[in-house]
Design a binder for this molecule. Structure first.
Ligand code: GLU
Length: 482
């Protein structure tokens, strides 16, 4: 285990108004790595694309991550000595370093209009060449550049990519990557609106914030060669790179909205428990190692066991059935009081009187084994609130009209009428009594009762159901068939 106290990692989202499952995994891996190594976890908001800003997005992001147990040591809402942590508040810093790049001839001004660039692209396409900026602004003399700037001609600043060079780097997860510099575009560093692009701001901030390990999604790996050129030009050390594999749909395409939800908030709203979500997300691309069967990890376990070496390099499939199974396991084993607190919003509009906590708890404990997520509470609660046990299948009537059923029901009603309150225990005693007195047992005894009380052949433990329904309702539902 890398117990390096100097580890500094960062989660650097561009807030879009919701947290993508992939972002959550990146945030989680950074957090786990920081906690595992005793390092620092930094939140940096990459908000230089002014057209994409969403109001309230940062608060929402921080709140959701904290709710899930992902904490930051430095960031917009908690400060730190490497701030500001909003890129939009660091524009002067980017300008300064961009000037250094210009002075070192590692970057240059370019004045083409959008039409000229479009024409360039069109010609390249016609000629079957790769579409990229052709470096024509490099032909301008210093005087021409100066005159253009003085005349206020709109411009961008571009990275000067050296040609005919192989750029290599070693990624902790993906291994050695080599890229031919001839396929790298002269990336825009400062846009015509004066704002930096992701590439410039990201490199400068990672350096100034003393980030030691860059842990992020695989989709950023193609940006690394450009970043390496920037680090090199500025004379800075390149942080350790660790690109985590893509998250895939079951059909192996990139996780997309079309095949299911991608927003973490949607999963929370549906009633996936945060512990289950974190456990599941952690295992998208990571596992504790060969031969380790363990599948359930608390956040504490994860921080102890997590290592970048155990992150796999190939895509990780997001299997919602597995998530459901895992969530169901968490629900079944959760502390009842806490589960009830989390469940109360889902009981709203079910007709259950949630002010009666004891009663609501009984229902929850009876149904929890069936819940993959808490938003399934209403459908499983119906049997406790209906005034008439609606049959889920007309065929079930056969059981209710069987000859033995009348005998069973009449005797059970008689037994129950003699009790004051109906508890699960008393129900068990009474049904045994019925068996003894009528000689009817097994399926012929139990099944009709279940169907009469719930309308269905299977479901929660019947004595508990009887207790929750209460004496009156049980007698009423049985009487229908006597
Ligand atoms: N702002 C980028 C994003 O939205 C950050 C990528 C990176 O971590 O370098 O994911």
């Amino acid at each position: 285990m890398d117990k390096n106290k100097n580890v500094r990692v960062r989660f650097a989202p561009s807030p879009t108004g919701y947290i993508h499952i992939g972002s959550l995994r990146t945030a989680l891996f950074n957090y786990l790595y920081a906690r595992n190594t005793g390092g620092k976890n930094i939140l940096r908001i990459e908000d230089t694309d002014q057209t994409r800003l969403v109001e309230g997005a940062v608060d929402n992001l921080v709140n959701s991550l904290e709710l899930l147990g992902i904490e930051f040591d430095e960031g917009p809402d908690r400060g730190g000595d490497k701030g500001p942590y909003y890129q939009s508040q660091r524009l002067e810093i980017y300008r300064k370093y961009c000037q250094e790049l210009l002075d070192k001839k590692a970057a240059y001004y370019a004045f083409e209009t959008p039409e000229e660039l479009e024409e360039m692209r069109r010609m390249q396409q016609l000629e079957g060449r790769q579409t990229m900026y052709d470096g024509r602004a490099l032909n301008l003399t210093d005087e021409e550049v100066k005159a253009n700037l003085e005349n206020g001609i709109p411009h961008v600043i571009r990275l000067k990519v050296p040609r005919d060079e192989e750029i290599r780097f070693n990624d902790l997860i993906k291994g050695t990557i080599k890229i031919d510099s001839n396929v790298i575009d002269d990336q825009i560093l400062i846009k015509s609106d004066g704002f930096p692009t992701y590439h410039l701001a990201n490199v400068i901030d990672d350096h100034l914030m003393e980030v030691t390990h860059i842990i992020r999604g695989e989709e950023w790996i193609t940006s690394v060669p450009k970043h390496i050129l920037l680090y090199r030009a500025l004379g800075w050390e390149v942080p350790v790179m660790a690109h985590v594999p893509l998250i895939l749909n079951p059909d192996k395409t990139k996780l997309s909205k079309r095949q299911g939800d991608v927003a973490v908030e949607d999963y929370l709203r549906k009633g996936y428990l945060k512990e289950a979500l974190v456990n599941f997300i952690a295992m998208l691309g990571w596992n504790p190692g060969e031969g380790e069967e363990q599948e359930f990890f608390s956040m504490k376990d994860l921080t102890e066991k997590f290592s970048l070496e155990k992150v796999q390099s190939s895509g990780a499939v997001f299997n919602v059935d597995k998530l459901n199974w895992m969530n169901n396991s968490y629900i079944k084993n959760y502390d009842p009081e806490r589960l009830l607190d989390l469940s109360l919003p889902y009981f709203r509009d079910t007709g259950v009187d949630v002010s009666d906590r004891e009663h609501t708890m009984k229902i929850l404990l009876a149904i929890r084994v069936y819940l993959n997520k808490l938003n399934e509470i209403p459908e499983h609660t119906k049997i406790f609130t209906q005034d008439k046990a609606e049959l889920t299948d007309e065929k079930l009537k056969e059981y209710l009209t069987a000859e033995t059923t009348k005998t069973v029901f009449s005797e059970l009603i008689r037994q129950l009428e003699n009790t004051e309150v109906l508890t699960a225990e008393i129900y068990k005693e009474k049904i045994n009594e019925v068996q003894k007195l009528t000689g009817i047992k097994g399926k012929l005894l139990f099944k009709p009762v279940r169907i009469a009380l719930t309308g269905s052949e299977n479901g929660p433990d019947l004595p508990s159901v009887a207790e929750i329904l209460g004496k009156e309702k049980v007698i009423k539902f049985l009487s229908v068939w006597t």
